[in-house]
Design a protein around this ligand. Structure first.
Ligand code: BGC
Length: 384
């Protein structure tokens, strides 16, 4: 099956999921106000079912949720969604944000261990730096779920819950192929490539997925990378920083596009990087708006999609991920079978970690109403 068909199939299946949604997602409404990320976002989550009625979980079991930063809308949503769902289920939740500081995250996790949390849900800042503290969790009999980003080099990780990160990259690559009409052209197009933080294991999948789609066109000469920077390391943006992405884009524009060379597309692995790229284009580039990808459907990027300065963003419905993690936590505590749907893709250096991969879809100007508004993720007012 061609990637476009596969992606269409995924899109249709997610449309279907969006319509059916899970019982969990259909049943309720949570409004979370996000102030710390400097966004006026208010997200919604469905949470009416009281799982504690059905599950036999002891009231007050403590769950630690360790998130990397409040700087990005998505992590604030992830944390709020999980906190609310876990509380509904009868757990006591210790939700912490680590300001993107590795030492802070380690000491927050240590406190969660000391306070006898039964399960830890951890979205790592740097997936290679948590082995010591998580080994202590293992010794204390605490299960650890790696959340969104795989935690490397420790067998203290029991499960991994994330979106299909490889598919995220494929969606972005295929969007560029379709937008430029690369499958049926004898023209050449210029592209530049950006990914995220080199310490984030997800980037291997985001960049790998996108390059699996784009590389054949680069090899055929249909896509040209004027900077020549095609290796993941060269295209990385430390900490997914908007400012660093802006600076790299400004440098590329000055070095390779100053003579009027057209830039047709930019692969960006997420929205915070795409925002920096869009800022640089606005101030330093006067050619036709290039195709620009993103990920997360952060509110500012959705606004950019609507004003034409970003083309698409991959939508990862954090409500789905949060509800899946709640199911996983419950199953661990009840010593039942934990839901996973991938036992091959994510080896953290100590073996494959059983994973649950949620499905991402893309949103753009054409389908954003259906994907983002009909599903109750954003209201019209939020996107004004
Ligand atoms: C997440 C993305 C996010 C990025 C920056 C990645 O690990 O999967 O959704 O945009 O981190 O926080």
């Amino acid at each position: 099956m061609k990637v476009t068909e596969k992606i269409k199939e995924k899109f249709l299946s997610v449309q279907c999921i969006t319509k059916k949604v899970t019982a969990f997602a259909l049943s309720a409404v949570m409004v979370c106000s996000l102030t710390a990320c400097g966004s006026d976002f208010e997200g919604h989550i469905d949470t009416d079912i009281d799982y504690s009625q059905e599950s036999g979980i002891s009231a007050g079991d403590r769950i630690g949720v360790s998130m990397p930063t409040k700087d990005l809308q998505r992590w604030v949503q992830d944390g709020e969604n999980m906190q609310s769902s876990l509380k509904k289920t009868g757990f006591v939740v210790d939700l912490q944000y680590a300001d993107n500081e590795i030492d802070t995250q380690i000491s927050q996790i240590q406190k969660m261990i000391d306070s006898k949390c039964k399960v830890l849900v951890v979205a790592a800042i740097d997936g290679t730096k948590l082995s010591n503290v998580l080994n202590k969790a293992k010794s204390a009999g605490i299960s650890v779920i790696a959340y969104d980003r795989l935690i490397m080099d420790t067998d203290a990780i029991s499960y991994y819950a994330t979106f299909d990160n490889y598919l995220v990259g494929k969606l972005q690559g295929q969007y560029i192929v379709d937008a430029l009409g690369l499958e049926d052209t004898d023209k050449t197009f210029n592209i530049e490539l950006f990914t995220g933080s080199p310490d984030d294991n997800n980037c291997k999948f985001f960049f790998g997925g996108a390059m699996d789609v784009l590389q054949p066109y680069i090899d055929a000469g249909t896509l040209v990378v004027p900077s020549g920077e095609t290796e993941r390391e060269e295209c990385s943006i430390q900490d997914w920083s908007t400012d660093a992405a802006k600076e790299r884009m400004e440098n590329l524009l000055a070095d390779y596009y100053d003579d009027g060379t057209e830039l047709d597309a930019i692969l960006s692995s997420n929205d915070s990087v795409a925002l920096g790229i869009a800022e640089a284009l606005e101030s330093d580039y006067s050619g036709k708006q290039p195709v620009l990808t993103g990920q997360d459907c952060d509110i500012n990027s959705v606004k950019n999609i609507l004003n034409g300065t970003q083309s698409m963003s991959v939508f990862k419905d954090t409500r789905d991920l949060a509800s899946k993690v709640v199911e996983m936590v419950q199953a661990i505590i009840n010593e039942e079978e934990v839901p996973v749907n991938d036992t091959e893709s994510y080896d953290n250096g100590t073996g494959v970690i059983p994973s649950y991969l949620c499905e991402p879809v893309y949103a753009d100007e054409e389908n954003y109403k259906e994907i983002l508004m009909d599903s109750g993720y954003y209201t019209e007012d939020q996107l004004k």
